[in-house]
Design a protein around this ligand. Structure first.
Ligand SMILES: [Fe+2]
Length: 189
């Protein structure tokens, strides 16, 4: 279950339909999907097979041509460097679409000068449209497993805004795995 926060006025929303409505008003799709299709130890291939209906429906909705499963944990090689690519404000030339299977992370969205953070966890589907200024980081257990959709097969890269806005927000997670303040990544790009 997600947690939506507006740091500006310290507003926190944890109700599913309210989160969906608030995010929809910002142009962000948020849905809750069932997690009971696969076990926690299912392979990426099994996950893609089990969720083929949702994957194909999402492809139809957004013109995505491919989907994969990303799996990140504290043992992932070069994890700090990977996280440092995405924890600065940036945009993409295509949508960022994630269905979270395991772990937790925070998307910060900077829309029309207003910053909102969405902490996502298992069962949350978030679709951030292309061009949306945002940044992302993992919660303290540095773990996430998610299905991703892509509009191009060539992959996608962040385009940094260099605004520095991201430095003004402490990415604290409040969900089930909350374990205290986040450890800052050590590598800066
Ligand atoms: Fe991104």
């Amino acid at each position: 279950m997600a947690v939506l926060r507006f740091p500006e006025n310290d507003r926190k929303i944890e109700n599913e339909s309210e989160i969906r409505e608030e995010l929809a008003s910002l142009g962000i799709d948020y849905e809750r999907w069932s997690l009971d299709r696969v076990g926690a130890d299912a392979s990426a291939e099994d996950v893609l097979t089990a969720y083929v209906r949702e994957i194909n429906e999402m492809k139809r909705r957004g013109g995505y041509v491919t989907a994969d499963v990303i799996d990140v944990n504290p043992a992932t090689p070069n994890l700090d460097a990977m996280l440092a690519r995405f924890d600065k404000e940036h945009t993409h030339s295509e949508d960022e679409v994630r269905f979270i299977l395991a772990g937790r992370g925070i998307f910060f969205l900077n829309i029309k000068g207003k910053v909102a953070s969405v902490e996502v966890g298992p069962g949350d589907m978030l679709r951030v449209p292309k061009g949306t200024t945002h940044w992302f980081t993992l919660c303290e257990d540095r773990r996430i497993r998610a299905i991703r959709w892509f509009q191009q097969t060539s992959g996608w890269t962040p385009e940094y805004t260099q605004s520095g806005v991201d430095k003004n927000y402490q990415p604290l997670c409040f969900g089930p795995t909350y374990m205290g303040p986040r450890v800052e990544t050590s590598i800066r790009v």
